[in-house]
Design a protein around this ligand. Structure first.
Ligand code: SF4
Ligand code: F3S
Length: 106
């Protein structure tokens, strides 16, 4: 499955949801996740993310490994999102900032 990683936090551009053929994105307050049981590995979402936050599971960077479990866990809890919406207000400022996991709202 594909995995949403840390740089989505506080950005949530949502371009990714527009291309997913199986609608497997789920939305939290300031982050999106992919349901690994629904993702068909089509690869379409990866290049759509302006924050480069989406990776194939076997290409998730070493320091982002915890996001594999977070996507699995939070996708069961959060509602589905299938339509693009406005990014979070300060998305451009937060894009690329490090250590954003401390701001993840569950
Ligand atoms: Fe959806 Fe394809 Fe991305 Fe999986 S890889 S989340 S199926 S767009
Ligand atoms: Fe997040 Fe990128 Fe989608 S910032 S909402 S994974 S387009």
């Amino acid at each position: 499955a594909f995995v949403v990683t840390e740089n989505c936090i506080k950005c949530k551009f949502t371009d990714c949801v527009d291309v997913c053929p199986v609608d497997c994105f789920h939305e939290g307050p300031n982050f999106l996740v992919i349901d690994p049981d629904e993702c068909i590995d089509c690869t379409l979402c990866e290049p759509e993310c302006p924050a480069n936050a989406i990776f194939a599971e076997d290409e998730v960077p070493d320091d982002q490994q915890q996001f594999i479990a977070l996507n699995a866990e939070l996708s069961k809890k959060w509602p589905s999102i299938t339509e693009v919406k406005d990014a979070l207000p300060e998305a451009d400022d937060w894009n690329g900032k490090e250590n954003k996991i401390q701001y993840l709202e569950k």
